[in-house]
Each structure stands twice: as C-alpha cells, then as structure tokens.
Design a protein around this ligand. Sequence first.
Ligand SMILES: Cc1cc2nc3c(=O)[nH]c(=O)nc-3n(C[C@H](O)[C@H](O)[C@H](O)COP(=O)(O)OP(=O)(O)OC[C@H]3O[C@@H](n4cnc5c(N)ncnc54)[C@H](O)[C@@H]3O)c2cc1C
Length: 381
Amino acid sequence: MTLAGKSVVIVGGGIGGLAAAVALRNHGAMVTLLEQAGAFREVGAGIQISPNGSRVWQALGLSPVGLRAQAVTLRNSSGAQVLQMGLPQNGPGFHLVHRADCVAALAAQAQGVAIRFNAQAVAVDAMAGRVTLSGGETLDADLVVGADGLHSVLRPVLNGAQPPFFTGQVAWRALIPGTPQDRAETQVFMGPGRHLVSYPLRGGTLRNIVAVEERKAWADEGWNHPDSPDNLRRAFAGFGGPVPGWLEQVDQVYLWGLFRHKVATRWHAGRAVLLGDAAHPTLPFMAQGANMALEDAFTLAHELDCAPDVPTGLAAYQAARRGRVLRAVEAANRNARNYHLRAPLAPLAHLALRLSQRFVPDAPLRQFGWIYDHDATKGGA
Ligand SMILES: Cc1cc2nc3c(=O)[nH]c(=O)nc-3n(C[C@H](O)[C@H](O)[C@H](O)COP(=O)(O)OP(=O)(O)OC[C@H]3O[C@@H](n4cnc5c(N)ncnc54)[C@H](O)[C@@H]3O)c2cc1C
C-alpha cells in the first residue's frame, strides 16, 4: 500500500510522535501532529540513545547528536568499580543527548508536517479514524497514531481502562555544571534500595544526574514536582566517589514517581494505533523507552508501506514489535532488582560480575546484544 497522500493524525509530540511524523512523511503521508503543550517541551535533562536507536535516527535522515559514549561503568555505593563496559567507537554508537536537542533535531527534520500546538485530543474514535480536540473540533484521517505517552487517550479505547500503577520507585533528575575534560561515560552507582546514574551532556559543559530510590507509596497527586536538593543529598548521603561533590552542586531538582502500565495487549484497531510509552511505558533502567519509541516509529511506517491495506500493516507492526518490547521491559525490571541489591547479596553479585568480566571481557555488553545489535531499519522487527 502506498502511503503517498494518506492522511495521518499523530497525537503527541514527544520523541515517539515526532519520529513517527518524520518516518510517515518520508513515505509520502500527509501528517498532522497534535501537541497539547504550547511548544515542544521535553522534561528531564538527558537521554541515552543506544545503537538500535541510532540506526533509526540515521535512517530518518538525522545527523548524530550529543556526545558519543565511550564506556558504561558500574560502581558500588562507595565509588569502587565493579564493572566497565567499553563501548564500540565505530558504527552507530551510544550517544548521550540533551532531550531538548533530541526533540529540536526531530522537529527540524519534520518539514512538511503540519504541527499544531495547544491541540489536546480528548477522544479518539478508532474505527472512524476521528480525533476530537478539547475545543470540540474534530479531525478525520486514514490513520490516527496515539503517541501520547503514559496518559494516552487512545490506549483505553483499545484496551479498556487500566490506570497506571506506581512501580515503587521515585527518580530525582538534576543538571549540574560539567567539566569538559570528563570522559564521555555513563556511571552507575549501586546501593541498597537505590542507585544513581550520571553522564556528561553538551560537550561536557553539563552533567546529568538521575537518582532512583525505592519507596512504598507515592502520595502526591502530580507525577513529578520540584523537590528540595537536601532530600536528594540525604537519600544518597552514604554514597562515595564523586557523588557527594556532584550532589553538593545541585540547586534545582525534580522528583518523579515512576508509573507504568502493562505492555498493551491491543496496539491497534480500525484506523488507530499506539506507539511509544502509550503502548509500553518502561522503567528507565535499560535506558530503552525512547529507543523503543524510535524503533516503533520506523517499523510502523515500514509495515504500512509494505502491506496491502491499513489493518494488515497495523497487525504486522504489532507482531513485529510487541515481543521485543516485552523483553526490553522485563530486562529493565531485572536491572531495577540487580542495581538495588542489599547485603549479603550485593557484594556476592558484584564479585560475580567482576569475575565474569575477567574471564569473558565483553560478556556484560554481549548479553544485551539482542537490544543493541537490532536493526529496525532493515525491515521486519
Ligand atoms: C528518569 C527517566 C530517564 C529516562 N532515560 C531514558 C534513556 O536514557 N533512554 C531512553 O531511551 N529512554 C529513557 N527514558 C524513557 C523515555 O523518556 C520515554 O520512554 C520516551 O520519552 C517516551 O516517548 P513518547 O514520545 O512515547 O512519550 P512522551 O515523551 O510521554 O510524549 C508524549 C507527548 O504527547 C503529548 N500529549 C499527551 N497527551 C496528549 C493529548 N491528549 N493531546 C495532545 N498531546 C498529548 C505530551 O505533551 C507529550 O509531548 C527515561 C525515562 C525516565 C522517567
């Protein structure tokens, strides 16, 4: 089926929605993108784009953004190295990117897409391909893409009402001034019930910090709110290495309750389809949410282009994506458990990691080859 001239309405202008807009436009579709905010706004500071996402990025016609990462280092809470994974310096690579730069690059690539801000979808009729906006206006399309994140309006239409659940984890996100000489490296500091991830951004002029703590409940009504930097410093007071120095520099911090749905059972019906966090929000512990959204976007456009009609294309898209996404979500859940081990398990697990790397140096990275080596741009999944 040719997508040329087909009308597509995308609800949501995050990384997933923008990537889908570019991918579908590249196949000739007439795309309208609806974003409820008054401008593209990416909350949180940094994002890691791994080679599977970088391949899609390049195939969308985009130049690499951010710092090319050289290594991922796991450390214990006192800062001692447990494991270091050197990252390949050829091929598509791992990139450490400011979210605003990621969104700006996608938006600049979306020429020809009709972008409407302050356009909040309040209802989707999947069978009719109709979106209703908060002001009452309706838009009809050959295809509606729900790329509207955790609180998607389309998801419950396809899967029934399933309120998001609190995962028992909160995350502080902060930016501090960086040191340009610092290595382009992601460092993960693992402690009992908590961990902290940090990496440089924008040529090292900034440093991104994401600090996660297990909590029994999330009482606040909002999903994120400004918090006192002292709460962050208190939660990670027992950590060593560079962590205390970094946290001392935090003067503004946001606290997030990490919420999830189960991966949606039904991704499509009639003329409507889900993509990105709307279909499969994940814990951030494999840094794959945005990468999966990029893969979704490319695969959706590809499968529609190859299929004889929209329903066949949408079915092929879900078949290509759901199993892979389930596996990535489960890997992130496992990392949450592994990062937060307590004594006596933590020292034993760290010793096992050190030994495994001594005998098979590339084993830690190779175990995730199924994520990073995947090439969604080659067709199929
Ligand atoms: C702490 C943390 C760190 C992370 N780090 C990484 C990482 O390193 N690498 C990675 O790959 N992923 C990471 N992720 C996950 C990643 O941020 C998300 O998976 C990704 O941003 C999802 O993109 P999306 O476009 O599907 O949804 P969103 O980013 O949620 O975008 C949805 C968009 O839709 C708009 N919208 C919502 N409802 C409506 C409506 N009704 N009408 C119109 N517009 C609407 C919203 O305003 C928003 O712009 C992280 C997440 C967290 C919480």
